[in-house]
Design a protein around this ligand. Structure first.
Ligand code: SF4
Length: 403
């Protein structure tokens, strides 16, 4: 009897969905996105194991190489860690299995774990806080690394690769400490012991409660025909989950990335990378330095936390006097009507890629690890999602009343 982070995640999403695979032995169909993700994982694995170059003429190769600048050296991985390392950890006496995509140890003795993720949109990327405090996979992988290395901190990297064009990467890197992950480990322990008990008792999928709100998630549950819930059942199940709406709201709220803050640091641009001629540096909303063109073909989007573009060859500017305190207006001004601004998209908010961005092997500097060009989920997205859920509920009620 064993479990895995995926099984725990599925159980958290819908107990019955977990039961269809874990208790009834049914297999869901691997969708196109999952198949592409597996192919990308495979070419990265082959590269680290054998050194065989990745074929950039294929879509899979291009997606894999979008995160190349983040990778540690092969030598570092081979001598201090591993590739696609299978492991087992025991929680409450239950074996939990996992596979770490990449692992290695830095010179300072801190172990690193990587999980490669493919996604159509960076808005689905997990946030740093979520990884540190709620993510089941991050907690279990980090806990195992802490146990075998006898350390209390691990660097976790969730490297997202966008499968839609232009292919880009979005690293989410965090320090995972024992204190942060232990509450999640406790929760996982309770779940895997319950799963083991259900197996021992010979429970059947239909004995477990359904989670109708999960039926359409991730492209639709493969077991909808097996559950065949009526609208009335869906409504009843939703109503019995008293905290469902609250949980959904906090779940959505947790996914929203924090608003971009204007960088205030005076830290100088990196010196270990040289931008091509005609390119300079620009601090992104997360404080990481991105290369940006100096010819004016791209400008940092206003009010989104981007810094100015800095020409590394320009002489340093003299110190500026402090700004004068604001003067009160003589009379209340009438603000002129402002023209509506078009919403910024992920691509317009990110500087274009330089013609030949210098590739760097080895672990990236801290700033690069923390950088992200992912689109943030906005208040409007949140409102839309809540409105959609509310409309869904109303429809279900109406259908149930008619039935
Ligand atoms: S169809 Fe819905 S209730 Fe049934 S297993 Fe899938 S997610 Fe759960």
């Amino acid at each position: 009897m064993s479990s895995s982070p995926t099984q725990i995640d599925t159980y958290t999403l819908c107990q019955r969905k977990w039961a269809w695979t874990a208790l009834a032995g049914l297999r869901g169909i691997q969708n196109e996105s999952a198949a592409l993700g597996s192919a990308v994982h495979k070419v990265i694995e082959v590269f680290f194991r054998s050194g065989m170059p990745i074929d950039m003429t294929t879509d899979v190769g291009e997606i894999a190489m979008s995160g190349y600048h983040l990778w540690p050296s092969r030598e570092r991985v081979i001598t201090s860690g591993g590739v696609e390392d299978r492991f087992s950890i025991y929680l409450g006496g239950v074996q939990v299995n996992g596979v770490k995509d990449l692992r290695w140890v830095d010179d300072d003795g801190v172990p690193n774990i990587v999980d490669h993720k493919t996604t159509k949109d960076f808005r689905y990327a997990k946030t740093e806080t979520y990884l540190q405090t709620e993510d089941i996979q991050a907690a279990i992988y980090a806990k195992h690394e802490m146990l075998i290395r006898k350390v209390k901190q691990v660097r976790g990297h969730w490297w997202y690769m966008r499968t839609t064009r232009p292919h880009k990467s979005h690293p989410v890197s965090v320090i995972l400490s024992e204190d942060q992950i232990d509450p999640t480990i406790e929760k996982c322990t309770q779940i895997v012991t319950t799963q083991a008990l259900l197996r021992r008792q010979g429970a059947k999928p239909l004995d477990l409660p359904p989670s109708p709100q999960a039926c359409e998630a991730f492209g639709g549950c493969a077991f909808r025909a097996n559950c065949n819930l009526t609208d009335a059942q869906k409504v009843r199940a939703i109503m019995t989950q008293a905290s469902n709406v609250q949980a959904m709201l906090s779940q959505v709220a947790n996914r929203v990335n924090p608003p971009a803050a204007t960088p205030t640091t005076t830290e100088a641009p990196p010196t270990d990378r040289v931008p091509p001629d005609g390119w300079g540096w620009c601090r992104d909303p997360k404080g990481a330095w991105q290369m940006a063109p100096l010819d004016g073909s791209w400008a940092p989007p206003p009010n989104q936390g981007w810094g100015p573009i800095i020409d590394p060859k320009a002489p340093p500017s003299p110190p500026q006097p402090p700004p004068a305190p604001p003067q009160p207006p003589a009379e209340a001004p009438v603000p002129p009507p402002s023209a509506p601004q078009p919403p910024a998209t992920a691509d317009t908010a990110s500087p274009p890629q330089p013609p030949e961005a210098p590739k760097r092997r080895g672990r990236p500097p801290k700033a690069a690890q923390a950088s992200g060009q992912g689109a943030t989920e906005t208040k409007e997205d949140l409102d839309d999602e809540i409105a959609e859920k509310a409309a869904e509920l109303v429809l279900l009620f109406l259908r149930a009343l008619r039935g």
